[in-house]
Design a protein around this ligand. Structure first.
Ligand SMILES: Cc1cc2nc3c(=O)[nH]c(=O)nc-3n(C[C@H](O)[C@H](O)[C@H](O)COP(=O)(O)O)c2cc1C
Length: 342
C-alpha cells in the first residue's frame, strides 16, 4: 500500500465530517456544533432555494468563528424520465395521499432549476469545502470553485465513478457504501458495490490517487478504524448525527430511529424515484417497484410525506437511515464527533 493520502488538516480538523443531509437534518446549528467540536460541519444545499441557502451561508459566516465548513449540492439529472410510468405511479399513490388527507400534485418534470443560482452563490461565498452528489458538475465549475478557494469533493460509489471524478479535477472523494442512509450518489448506473466499506475504500484507493473520505454504515469506533485502516483519510457520518439535538430531523423520523418497532433498513425508490436507504415501513413494502424518476416522484410524494409527519405517523414518510442506525444515540453532536475523531 502506498503512503496515506492526507486531507488538509486546516480544513478537515479531526477527520469527522457531518454528512450533508438535505430535507431538514442539516442546518446551521448542526454544522456549527460539529465545527466547534473540531470536525467539519456541512450544509445541505439540495432541495433548497438559493435564498434559503444564502441565509444559511450568512449564518455560518457570521457565527462560525471563521471555521471551515462544507456545502453540498445535488447535480441535476440528465436521465430521461418515463412519463407513462410516472403517471401510472401517480394513480397508485392517490389512495395513499387520500389516507392522510393530502393533495396529489401535478407532476413537475423539471429537475432543480435553481442549481445554477446555487452554484453561483458558492462561487461568491467560497465555502472551504464544496461537495457534489447524484452526478458530477461540469469541469469548468470545478475549476472555478477551486479558483475561488474551495476544496472540491465528489461523492462516488465505486472505482469507475472515482476515475470519472479524478479526471474532472476533484480534490478528494467521498466514497459512499450501499449501507449509507439516504440517497445513493451513484451516477453511472452500475450495480451497487458488493463487499464491505473497507473493501470499497481499498478498491477506490487502487483506482485513483486522491484522498478518500469513507461513508456508509459507520456506527462504531471500530467500523471507523476499519475504514481508516483501508486508507480513508476521514469519515463522513450521517445517521450518527440524526438524533442529536442540533439536527433538524423531524420528530417522526427521530422517534422512528429510537423505536424498536423497525427491524431493518432497505433501499427504496418509493419516495423519490431514486435509490435511498431508510427504515423499512409499509409504504416502502407497498411500492417496492416504484419507477426510476428522480425528482419527479420526490415532488409527487412530498405532500403525503408531509401529511404523514403532521399526523405523527412513520407509515408514509421517508425515514432515511443507514444500516448502523441502532448505534445512533440522543446525544450532542460534539459527543458524536469526539467518539469518532482520529
Ligand atoms: C437523512 C439523510 C439525508 C442525506 N442527504 C444527503 C445530501 O443532501 N447530500 C449528500 O451528499 N448525501 C446525503 N446523505 C448521505 C450522506 O452523505 C452519507 O453518505 C450517509 O449518511 C452515510 O451513511 P450513514 O448514514 O450510515 O452514516 C443523506 C443521508 C441521510 C441519512
Amino acid at each position: 500500500m502506498d503512503a496515506p493520502r492526507d486531507l488538509p488538516a486546516d480544513l478537515f480538523g479531526n477527520g469527522v465530517l457531518a454528512a450533508p443531509m438535505a430535507g431538514g437534518p442539516s442546518r446551521p446549528e448542526l454544522a456549527l456544533a460539529v465545527g466547534g467540536a473540531g470536525g467539519l460541519g456541512f450544509l445541505g444545499g439540495g432541495l433548497k432555494t438559493p435564498q434559503v441557502l444564502e441565509d444559511e451561508l450568512r449564518i455560518m459566516e457570521s457565527r462560525g468563528g471563521g471555521r471551515p465548513f462544507g456545502v453540498n449540492l445535488f447535480v441535476p439529472a440528465t436521465q430521461e424520465i418515463d412519463r407513462d410510468a410516472v403517471l401510472a405511479y401517480r394513480e397508485r399513490l392517490r389512495p395513499e395521499a387520500k389516507a392522510v388527507g393530502a393533495d396529489m400534485p401535478e407532476p413537475r418534470w423539471a429537475d432543480d432549476d435553481a442549481y445554477p443560482a446555487k452554484l453561483d452563490l458558492l462561487l461568491t461565498h467560497a465555502p472551504a469545502v464544496v461537495s457534489f452528489t447524484f452526478g458530477t458538475p461540469r469541469w469548468d465549475a470545478v475549476e472555478a470553485l477551486k479558483k475561488a478557494g474551495s476544496f472540491v469533493l465528489q461523492t462516488v460509489t465505486g472505482p469507475e465513478e472515482a476515475a470519472v471524478a479524478a479526471e474532472l479535477g476533484a480534490d478528494a472523494l467521498v466514497v459512499q457504501h450501499p449501507d449509507a442512509g439516504g440517497h445513493s450518489g451513484a451516477f453511472l448506473g452500475l450495480p451497487p458495490f458488493q463487499g464491505t466499506l473497507p473493501e470499497l475504500v481499498a478498491a477506490v484507493r487502487a483506482a485513483v490517487p486522491l484522498p478518500l473520505i469513507a461513508a456508509g454504515g459507520i456506527g462504531t469506533p471500530d467500523a471507523a478504524a476499519a475504514a481508516r485502516d483501508a486508507g480513508a483519510a476521514a469519515l463522513q457520518l450521517g445517521t450518527a448525527f440524526l438524533r442529536t439535538p442540533e439536527a433538524g430531523t423531524n420528530p417522526v423520523h427521530r422517534a422512528a430511529l429510537a423505536s424498536t418497532a423497525f427491524e431493518r433498513t432497505a433501499p427504496t425508490r418509493a419516495f423519490s424515484g431514486k435509490w435511498a436507504r431508510g427504515l423499512e415501513n409499509g409504504f416502502m413494502l407497498r411500492f417496492a417497484d416504484a419507477p426510476s424518476a428522480y425528482p419527479v416522484v420526490h415532488h409527487l410524494t412530498a405532500p403525503l410525506r408531509a401529511a404523514s409527519v403532521r399526523a405523527g405517523s412513520p407509515e408514509r414518510t421517508s425515514l432515511w437511515a443507514g444500516t448502523a442506525w441502532r448505534e445512533a444515540r440522543d446525544e450532542p453532536a460534539a459527543a458524536v464527533v469526539h467518539r469518532f475523531a482520529r
